[in-house]
Unconditional design. Structure first.
Length: 257
């Protein structure tokens, strides 16, 4: 299925995990992909792999906490491919590890800047091109932004993405631009590599008996970003193995990055 033939996508934090799977899925369906990441070298490795497989991809360094970097990445994508049809906001992460009562203003600002404001920077930079192409935005949120699973600062930032998505869907729907959000549960990414056995333990807490794979999220992004979802905007799509129906045994707090 070539749902993204003649379409151009920009994916943030695409050098590993969810972002890498999203870039590969869109490319496999005919899309031209700008692989962006904080690490230019890591982004280049992914773009090289996609190109070797016969796809069209470029690598760009992009720090979503820098407006100049975001603006440059969007401009380079449009210069290379001539248009932009899909923005996938994947950059983010849980970067505050202090007890809630000890969290400083700077820590709050840093978490919000990376996860919430960073996504907004990308949307603002991409929007003129998305209006022209009647494109869309898919943002990676988290089940942490839907119910109370801990990681308060991270969860609050993810919850803000849901509100941003809903409001932008209303603001720009009449102009043909869609905004949707995918809310993953625990996903097997390299961020868990230093916690051996943890994912196996968490798997038992999910009704479907396993944690998610990056490809599970990529499939949802590909659906919402394609014309198959042409009459869907402003929604949050949980992709979470059934955990929102109730944990199978207990809970230790999922993180999607």
């Amino acid at each position: 299925m070539q749902r993204f033939e003649d379409r151009v996508a920009l994916v943030t934090a695409a050098a590993q995990g969810i972002g890498r799977a999203v870039a590969a899925r869109i490319a496999s369906e005919g899309g031209q992909v700008a692989v962006t990441d904080l690490s230019a070298d890591a982004a280049q490795r992914v773009a090289d792999e996609l190109t070797k497989d016969g796809h069209h991809a470029i690598a760009l360094a992009c720090d979503v906490t820098s407006r100049d970097a975001v603006t440059a990445a969007v401009a380079a994508t449009v210069e290379r491919f001539g248009r932009l049809d899909l923005l996938v906001n994947n950059a983010g992460g849980c970067i505050v590890n202090s007890a809630y009562t000890d969290v400083t203003d700077d820590e709050w600002h840093n978490q919000l800047d990376l996860t919430l404001v960073g996504a907004n920077r990308c949307i603002q930079a991409a929007l003129p091109h998305l209006l022209e192409s009647r494109g869309n935005v898919v943002t990676i949120g988290s089940v942490n932004g839907l119910v109370a699973f801990g990681n308060i600062e991270y969860s609050t930032a993810k919850a803000g993405l849901r509100s941003l998505t809903q409001n932008l869907a209303c603001e720009f729907g009449a102009q043909g631009v869609r905004f949707n959000l995918v809310a993953p549960g625990t996903i097997r990414t390299p961020n868990w590599d230093d916690q051996p056995g943890q994912l196996d333990r968490l798997a038992g807490m999910y009704p479907l008996g396993r944690v998610g794979e990056p490809e599970d999220i990529a499939a949802a992004v590909a659906f919402l970003g394609s014309d198959d979802a042409a009459w869907i905007t402003g929604i949050t799509l949980p992709v979470e193995g059934g955990v929102l129906t109730g944990p199978a045994t207990g809970w230790m707090g999922p993180q999607s990055e």
